[in-house]
Design a protein around this ligand. Sequence first.
Ligand code: FES
Length: 185
Amino acid sequence: MEQESYPISLEGNKEVIVINRRSFFGALLAIGTAGMGAFLAVPVLRYILYPLYAKISGNDWSDVGKIEDFSGSTSPVRKTITFAQRDGWREVVSAQSVYVNRLADDQFEVLSAICPHLGCSVSWQPAQNEFVCPCHGGRFAPNGKHISGPPPRGMDTLPTRVQDGKLQVHFEFFRSNVPNKEQLS
Ligand code: FES
């Protein structure tokens, strides 16, 4: 079949560009394919990059215990809580230790047991009436205030609420070894 062609002559007849029907439709097909590829790449890219913008922490509240469990407590009470945590594309259930201080009948302060220095687990020492970190000897008052040692700030407090007679906490992670509490997200 004879091809229709469209000769274009430039001044002086030095160069001639010929666009025939086949090359025109070829270019159209290439543009369409590139457009479709870009369109399909968006959800794939979003899936691949999801862990970069997904939150590290879960959004759930975790049960710490019934309010009456803390009614007679006069010093920090250690509890282990569980919460869902997103790790890349997976959702895993994590366990963390927290310390509960009862401030009033239904008012509580919950401290993360993660040392704000380099992340070791802080433990309550009743004989000394203070928290001690076993890694580098950081010491904290019962309310988490920094007493001595290398930690640059006090123990991190966590958001709490009372729901259906239970104390709940929203576990969060904070940046280590910085003077102010910075939540990691
Ligand atoms: S990690 Fe706790 S004092 Fe260093």
